[in-house]
Design a protein around this ligand. Structure first.
Ligand SMILES: Cc1cc2nc3c(=O)[nH]c(=O)nc-3n(C[C@H](O)[C@H](O)[C@H](O)COP(=O)(O)OP(=O)(O)OC[C@H]3O[C@@H](n4cnc5c(N)ncnc54)[C@H](O)[C@@H]3O)c2cc1C
Ligand code: SF4
Length: 338
């Protein structure tokens, strides 16, 4: 690990000031991702700006009937908060599908959104990686790419975003509140993460000197017909090969509203409004779910070792929609595939 300076921010304005003053500085919240990357010499911040004591831990209602969640709320507190369990169970389920209890106790909402890819070449400083060292090449293109992306890839990078929480937030239509040197702004979660294009070193659209202050959930929470299904190599403590967040509103067996997002398949949570529109007004049947899966997976392409992910994703989408329609969501306590 390299030497670095340390400052504790006294408020959000102070964090922004410290970030702006030192382009090599990094915010630290729970430290569960950043410290790992520093130990591996992947991240070498000149200064750590500790934001863990800033007052960004509130969960409260918005004037519009939604919920505003502070960026420093620990993942565990969020998953088990009564308002989240009751009004946004899809989000609770996605969070509990991630990491371990100890990690979720430390990990913050903002840090979860900002965590970096788990591509093994990104962690291995002896190999070329455009995300870690722009312009050096991508070792995964012709290397071990079993876990890598099948949607939205580029010739520069085929990494996936590892966050479970972000997949549910994308399906729920969450907003990200950001503060920076130019003031405050809000962007949709679906616009927060980027596709790699020719700049894979940029994971998100957050600007320099900016800090996430909160996440906002809209009022609609899909409390009955939802499911988060995560397919992984081990039943716990593993990142998704494919994950699906599905939420439906049903009138009888007819779908009046549908939300679908995929994790583990792209550089960002993957949502396609065409697939959701195709479900509206249809009966909740495997055929219609299969059609939506085909639309969601339009353009999917594989590399040498991850062809299986395309069919796996299709089956996972149909299964998750079936679980949602029957109001039998995937259990995160008993992770057997029902
Ligand atoms: C063994 C292991 C298994 C895991 N499994 C999963 C999993 O299955 N699913 C999953 O989703 N995650 C998983 N994680 C990742 C874990 O969820 C993240 O490490 C955690 O959410 C990061 O939060 P943090 O507060 O610790 O972030 P930190 O490590 O403190 O920071 C991470 C990044 O976010 C930036 N940052 C932090 N807060 C802000 C903010 N408010 N505004 C702007 N930037 C900010 C930091 O500068 C840094 O770049 C796993 C981690 C480990 C170590
Ligand atoms: S897939 Fe992306 S993160 Fe992985 S080696 Fe290629 S450029 Fe690096």
């Amino acid at each position: 690990m390299n030497n670095f300076d340390y400052s504790r921010a006294s408020d959000v304005a102070d964090a922004i000031r410290l970030l702006t003053a030192d382009p090599g500085a990094k915010l630290i919240a729970g430290g569960t991702n950043l410290i790992d990357l520093m130990k591996e010499n992947v991240e070498r911040p000149s200064r750590l700006i500790d934001i863990s004591r800033l007052p960004l831990r509130d969960i409260k209602g918005t004037a519009g009937g939604g919920l505003r969640i502070g960026a420093l709320v620990p993942n565990s507190d969020l998953a088990y908060h009564p308002l989240i369990e009751q009004r946004y169970p899809l989000l609770a389920s996605a969070i509990l599908a991630g990491a371990s209890a100890q990690l979720r106790n430390m990990a913050s909402v903002g840090g979860n959104l900002m965590q970096r890819t788990r591509c093994s070449y990104f962690y291995d400083t002896a190999t070329p990686c455009n995300k870690r060292s722009p312009g050096t090449g991508c070792s995964a293109l012709d290397g071990l790419n079993r876990n890598h992306a099948i949607l939205g890839t580029s010739k520069s990078c085929i990494a996936t975003n590892p966050s479970d929480m972000s997949v549910a937030l994308a399906a729920l239509g969450a907003l990200v509140h950001i503060a920076g040197p130019s003031g405050q702004r809000t962007i949709a979660l679906t616009d927060f993460h980027r596709l790699p294009d020719d700049k894979p070193h940029l994971d998100t659209n957050i600007g320099s000197g900016e800090i996430i202050t909160a996440i906002e959930l809209p009022p609609r929470g899909f409390t009955r017909n939802y499911s988060y299904l995560k397919i992984r190599d081990r039943l716990s403590y593993a990142f998704a090969l494919v994950s699906v967040a599905a939420a439906l509103e049903l009138e009888g067996n007819a779908i009046s509203e549908a939300r679908l997002a995929l994790g583990g398949v792209a550089h960002k949570p993957w949502r396609n409004l065409e697939a959701e529109a195709a479900l509206r007004g249809q009966a909740a049947t495997p055929d219609h779910f299969g059609h939506a899966a085909d639309l969601l997976l339009q353009g999917a392409t594989a590399r040498s070792h991850n062809e299986f992910k395309i069919e796996l994703s299709r089956r996972a989408i149909v299964r998750t929609l079936m679980q949602a329609a029957s109001a039998r969501p995937q259990s995160q306590a008993h992770k057997k595939i029902a």
